[in-house]
Design a protein around this ligand. Structure first.
Ligand code: 6R9
Length: 663
């Protein structure tokens, strides 16, 4: 039986780039031609956008796949590229960060001020005995010091490991131990949902279990009481007293820049390792190309947390290496009110907004009238990342936020890829709602069947990446074997069945399902672990969810395949209705029938859900991805599996109760 995905939905709407934007775009269609003609020369040209202390001798070394080296022999300092060089170019007075605290306090940090802060922090790291190659854990709220800490590590060649500030003692200590970190940089707390949320007690407990930690550097943000040990140092008594002079030393292009852990579905978290020259080349290029970033005039805002890869590449390294002005926001989107995002866009005249489908669907649920009350005319590019964006959520984003003017760039990539891989270019691509469209210039993505054959247009299967790319992960920290097993053993030369030996035959398995439409545009269909097998057909969760979201009463949905005696698996859908939809009694029952019929009509009878649950919330990871695994436990009447990465554990009680009530 073939494992290839059924290709159910079809989308005919298409939106060409606005003419004025296309005429003035940073990147035009010829970028694809240049990259196709000579991929390595194309990436060398992008690397030239950075300032190198020593130029590389060779662009790519792929002689020992799947271990890649980029820009061999080159040397550069990342912090110099993100800060000093803009000051040296006369941009010192330009705003780097407009920071907005959740309680409404603000800070404006120019590039010259950022240079002072990063230099002081670098001197403090050195004073605390941190040298190149040491690992530093960063566990911070969304305050400017988080970016300063990352840049200071990069400046002295220390490898940072940022751990999301919402993670538990266990998650933090596991990551500190795995990386053998010497220092933790943290804060007393940060503001979330209108109140101070403590971080230091978690660090205290974690550090007690981690003898490798020699010091803890603590930023005072909330002024909460904190316990104190002789390892603890206040940021304001060290960094802010340190010399603002610091000369950045260049590091080898393959010097380790950061480790970032991804949880994965099973087993211990994987420490994804990124290095210096290739990573910054692609993060910087994609920031400039995909957002058409004009550093002189744009105000950019990425709503991610610095604890995720999106925050690394598109809050710190991408925008700052391009000398952009950006907004950084500390808190939640509903504090003090559900209009906070649009207030911020209006206040700072944000021109490029980068956010996630989960937030877009939440805003849909909250209602159109909230953004309608704000002047959003400064926006000129909208971005999406993190999950497949349902076509109707895409249309809502375009109409209600972009006011039918702004292009949307749906950017597919992963912690492992380091930066964007598949995305429209806003001045080139005619976009289709829900499609990430095509690989960026210099990237070769494909969709293959279970025998690694490229599927024709119209077909579905597994997303793979064929050629190495500059910002690719270099390995899993301390576990080369797991690196090979996880990403390179499913297809191509690394597969057990393969007898091929050529380095060009190595194929990266991304773990996502995808399809090619009739024009060859790519549609991401979610993680392959989530694919449902209904009466022998592989159906993607994303397509059924998108069909549900295309119903006017639905804001968000998650579907799972639950064991079924007749069909093998049957589709169970969890649905959040839009703000003002009546779901009581008969109205609820009617909606239920309507929704099942709507899916059957949109996708075909094979995709008709067996059961629909109307729920107030869905279980999500801290980075906003739906956790279908837990819903499957509910649908199959099992006790819940690991819930530690859940954003809000009360959600599962609500859902389980609703499920029991329906039987
Ligand atoms: C950047 C980031 C990676 C996984 C990835 C895929 C999903 C991300 C997406 C998308 C469809 C997009 N994903 N962007 N799916 N369309 N535009 O999110 O990294 O946290 O490592 O997650 O997220 O499933 O494989 P990470």
């Amino acid at each position: 039986m073939s494992e290839t995905l059924e290709n159910l939905s079809s989308e005919t709407r298409q939106f060409p780039p606005p003419e004025a934007l296309a005429a003035d775009a940073n990147v035009k269609a010829d970028a694809y031609e240049a990259a196709n003609a000579d991929r390595l020369a194309f990436w060398a040209e992008q690397a030239d956008r950075l300032t190198w202390a020593k130029k590389w001798d060779q662009v790519l070394d792929w002689s020992n796949p799947p271990f890649a080296k980029w820009f061999i022999g080159g040397e550069l300092n990342i912090a110099y590229n993100c800060v000093d060089r803009h000051v040296e170019a006369g941009q010192g007075e330009k705003v780097a960060i407009h920071w907005e605290g959740e309680p409404g306090d603000t800070r404006t940090i120019t590039y010259a001020e950022l240079l002072t802060l990063v230099s002081q922090a670098a001197n403090t790291l050195t004073d605390l005995g941190i040298t190149a190659g040491d690992r530093v854990a960063i566990y911070m709220p969304m305050i400017p010091e988080a970016a300063v800490a990352m840049l200071a590590c990069a400046r002295v060649g220390a490898t940072h490991s940022v751990v999301f500030g919402g993670f538990s003692v266990d998650a933090l200590s596991t990551r500190i131990k795995d990386a053998d970190a010497k220092l933790v940089i943290t804060a007393d707390g940060g503001y979330r949902r209108g109140k101070p949320s403590a971080l230091k007690p978690t660090v205290d407990e974690a550090v007690a279990q981690c003898p490798s930690i020699e010091n803890v550097l603590v930023v005072r943000r909330t002024g909460q009481d904190v316990a104190w040990t002789d390892k603890d140092k206040w940021w304001h008594e060290t960094v802010e007293q340190a010399s603002p002079e610091h000369k950045a030393q260049p590091f080898d292009s393959e010097h380790p820049l950061f480790i970032l852990y991804t949880s994965g579905t099973t087993g211990k978290p994987k420490g994804i390792l990124h290095t210096t020259g290739g990573y910054l080349t692609q993060a910087s290029y994609t920031q400039w190309a995909v957002f058409d970033l004009k550093p002189e005039t744009d105000v950019y805002w990425c709503t991610a947390d610095i604890g995720w890869v999106t925050g690394h590449s598109y809050i710190v390294y991408g925008p700052l290496s391009n000398g952009a002005t950006q907004v950084m926001y500390e808190g939640t989107p509903d504090t003090p009110g559900r209009d906070r995002f649009w207030q911020i866009v209006d206040k700072y005249k944000v021109s490029i907004l980068y956010t996630a489908p989960t937030l877009i669907r939440t805003m849909m649920k909250w209602g159109d009238d909230i953004p309608a009350g704000y002047d959003l005319s400064s926006l000129r590019i909208l971005g999406s990342v993190g999950e497949p964006i349902n076509p109707e959520a895409w249309m809502w984003y375009r109409e209600n936020i972009g006011r039918e003017r702004t292009p949307i760039v749906d950017t597919w990539w992963q912690t492992e890829t380091g930066s964007m891989m598949i995305s429209p270019l806003p001045g080139v691509t005619a976009t289709k709602p829900g499609s990430a469209m095509t690989p960026l210039p210099g990237i070769s993505a494909d969709v293959v069947d279970d025998t690694a054959q490229s599927v024709p247009n119209g077909g579905g299967g597994f997303l793979v990446l064929r050629d190495p790319w500059p910002s690719m992960l270099r390995t899993i920290w301390g576990d080369d074997k797991r690196f090979i097993d996880t990403y390179w053993s499913r297809f191509g030369a690394g597969a057990e069945s393969s007898s091929a030996g050529a380095s060009s035959d190595w194929i990266y398995f991304a773990g996502d399902g995808a399809k090619k439409d009739e024009d060859g545009a790519l549609w991401l269909l979610g993680r392959v672990d989530d694919v449902m097998l209904i009466s022998g057909h592989n159906i993607s969760t994303t397509e059924v969810e998108s069909a549900l979201v295309s119903h006017p009463s639905v804001a968000e949905s998650a579907v799972v395949g639950a064991t079924d005696p007749t069909t093998g698996q049957a589709i169970v859908a969890f649905v959040i209705p839009r703000g003002n939809v009546d779901t009581e009694g008969e109205a609820g029952e009617k909606l239920n029938v309507d929704l099942r019929n709507h899916v059957a009509k949109t996708l075909g009878p094979i995709a008709k859900p067996r059961q629909i649950m109307l729920v107030p919330e869905l279980p999500k990871t801290r980075s906003g991805k739906i956790m279908r695994r837990l819903l499957k436990d509910v649908a199959e009447n099992r006790s819940l599996g690991d819930v530690t990465t859940l954003q809000d554990s009360a959600v599962m009680d609500l859902i389980s109760k609703g499920m029991g009530g329906s039987k």
